[in-house]
Each structure stands twice: as structure tokens, then as C-alpha cells.
Design a protein around this ligand. Sequence first.
Ligand code: LLP
Length: 490
Amino acid sequence: MHGQPQEQAHGQPTHGAPAPHPLAPDWLSPITDSAGLEHHLLPADAHRDDDGVLTVGGVDVASLAEEHGTPLYVLSESDFRARARAFREAFGRAFAPETEVDVFYAGKAFLSTQVVAWAVEEGLCVDTSTGGELAVALAGGADPARLGLHGNNKSDDEIRRALDAGIGRIIADSLDELERIETIAEQMRTRAPVMLRLTPGVHASTHEYIATAHEDQKFGLSMARDSGPSVAERAAAAALDSEHIDLRGLHCHIGSQIFEPTGFEVAARRLIELVADIRRDHGVELAELDLGGGHGIAYTEADDPRRPEDIAEALAATVKTACAEADLRVPRISIEPGRAIVGPAGFTLYRVGVQKDVGVDAPDGSTATRRYVAVDGGMSDNARGVLYGADYSAVLAGRKVVGDHRLSRIVGKHCESGDIVVRDVYLPAATVRGDLLAVPATGAYCHSLASNYNWLPRPAVVAVAEGAARTLIRRETEDEMLSRDTGWTA
Ligand code: LLP
């Protein structure tokens, strides 16, 4: 039967809305209508039109899919801009009048020249972490003085390019790198503006692969003291001693997708203590403090992110108190949010293909049915499930269906059983082949982590605003992929 889920021999079809489904995780409400969910997880300008079609930025997803194909990354320009502004204003307010705040948009989350322009127009600086990201930021018209260059293994060429462009700051990640920055700056007869990236020994509560400030990982200069000075203190001494390094301040980034405020606050206090120690030892009060990014967003109904105002006020209180205790001026502050600006502004549109109902032994001893809904993309356009076991949600986007829902697992078309886009979601039982699904909160770390696995071309990224869609990044073509194959003749 075309378009209907295929019942497998051992499958137990469910009848009526399962409440709760034995295979569903505890956090998933047995919804039968996804209207509430959409408002929570999709961009702020998303709504259903009179025909039930999801509309974002005044553009309906059915026409987007028609014109641009699927899978398709869709980005709401106004949502991105609003989030960028919210961070800038909230942090500016919270730290006033003592100091000013620079918000660096972390380009690794998603970068294109036009997105650089949005960030710049909203008063943000841009954080890059490779020569490639730097090239995009410069091509997008960013003022080099408002760019930063990160990376735990910068090449000499990347350092040279950054200095040559007149970059605002290089964030040094190791003693070896600090020396190389100094040597290159000397060769170029310049002074390199440098921040030191420190590991304050905080283990952020997030996935192990995206926690970045505990000792046992590759990033940063350790603040741990054994008998002598820490690596961080040695780096500060070397930087202050160098004619070719202009040491601006200290930096930390404790990890990503973090909801808990404590880690940020502990890290900020430790950095401020070091600023005080450096003043004591060297008579220099460092002017800047970067507290990194990492603010968590909602991927599913289980996530309850903090508002930028709350994040800013808590951090400002911590920083102001710690500075007052150490008798320090509050340094100029910077932060580097990526995901919290672009993540919720984006979603991915897929078309439903094959569906299967599979019988599964449930933890309660029963056999329950899980519906597998395959879509036309997968781990090549969203690797986060495979990499971090990330959870997502989804809604039927091309039409509104009232009626029963089924516990579903949205999977891709790649040759791996781990190719899961949305692990658990209730979708209308009447979902059929060709239906459009929107997976919210894919604006960050989806296009930027995309691959050509199984030779799938990477999807386009389209921005929507004021009733119009604009392609930010074209869909890749098979010819483009083949053009890298030297045996191919067109
Ligand atoms: N600053 C630095 C130095 C960073 O390394 C990062 C992210 C950020 C800022 C921005 O963090 P955000 O605000 O976006 O959380 N691919 C992973 C995330 C990797 C984060 C890498 N660094 C994911 O998809 O969850």
C-alpha cells in the first residue's frame, strides 16, 4: 500500500494514542497535537498558516521544499538577529556601568558571508577557529579588528594570515603556540594581540566530547599548580615579557550545550584570581576577560535553557564580586555564543520516505511497536545524533493532521543503523511518504558538520525573512562532488 507504514511480521500495530508508550523516554509527553511543541522549539516567527502549513519568516515550507528541494536547512534571519541582539543587550546591561561587553558570534556553529553580515549589523564581533573560518568572516565584510582566531593547533600560515589581516585577537592555546606567535609577529615586525586560553579545571556537565575546561583534554593552558607556577602563569609571564606580544587578557570556554550556571561562574572566579596573581607578580592588570560560549538551547521539550538576561546577570554578579574582592577593575568582558544564537533560528526540512513498524521488547516486558520513519538525509546533514547521542524533535510541517500519533524514530538514508535523526518523537499516524518534516534547532553544528557520506550532496541553506527566501549556501551537486575525482570526465 503506497505511503503506508509496512507492518513487519513480529510488529504489534498500536491502536489509539499510546499514553505513555512503553518505549518512550520519560521526558517525552505522549502528545497528540504538536502545536505547543512547535512554538517552543521553532524560530520565533514560525506559525501554521490557514491550511496548516508551517510558515517561517512569511514563507511556507511547502514552497521552500518545492523550490529548493530537501533536505533543506532553513534559517530565520529575524530570529538569528533577535538572539544576537538579546545577547549583546543583556550582557551590555548586566555589566554596565563598570565595563563593556563584546559578543563574539562563534562562527563554527554556522558561518556564511551573509550570516557574518547579520552578526556585524547587530553589533557583534566574530570568533573564528581556522584559516577557513577567518576567510569567510573577512569575505563577509567583518572588520578584522573585531575578529578573533581560536584553534588548538593553528598552523604558522593561519597565524600569519590572521596577523596580516590585522586581526583583533589571537587566542593562544599552548606555550608552543605562544612562542610561534611571537616569532611570526617578530618576523612581520608587528605586535600580536593575544588572549590566553586557560583550562580552569571545571568539568562542565555536558557530553564528554564537548566539555573543554577539565584537565584531561586537548584545549588550553592548564591552571593547575604542582610545585611551581602553572602552565598558564608561565604563559602569562612569557607573553608579558615579549615585545611582540600584546597580552590583552585571559580566556576560557568550558564547553558547549551547558544549562548549569555553576561551571561558568567557577571558571570566571578562577580567571579573576589569576588576573590578581598576575598583577601581584608582574604589576600588570590585564584589561580583558573572555568567558567563552557554550550556552545550552532547547532541542526537545526536556530542555529548559536560561534566557540571555539570566545568564548575563548571574555572570555579571560573579565577576563584579570577584573583582571587588581582589580589588581589580572589572575588565572588558567578551563572550562567544554560537549555538544559542544560530541553533534555534534554524530547522531542517526533510521528506518522508519509507516507514516501517518494528516490534521491540520494551523494558516493561511487553512487545511494543516503534515506527521507523526514513527521511531523505540523515547523518550527513546532522551528525550530532551519531557524535553525541543528541536528541531532537520533529513536526509534520507541510500539513496539519489531527488524530492519533505514533511513537516514531526518524532515521536517515545512510548505510548505518546509528543514522538516527530524531530518536523519539510522536508523529501523526497518518504521516505518509512525501510528507514534509521539520526538525527544529538545527541551525548550529549541522551544516558545519555536514559530510558527503555515501556521496550525498550537502543540502542548501536558505534564509527566510519578510516573506522572501534567499539562498545562503547552494545545494551541492553530484558534478561538484565528482569534480574532485581526478578520474572523472564530465
Ligand atoms: N568559543 C570556543 C572557544 C569554542 O570552542 C566554542 C565551541 C564556542 C565558543 C561556541 O560554543 P557554543 O556557544 O556554540 O556552544 N559540535 C558540537 C559543539 C562543539 C563546540 C565547539 N566549540 C555540537 O554539535 O554540540
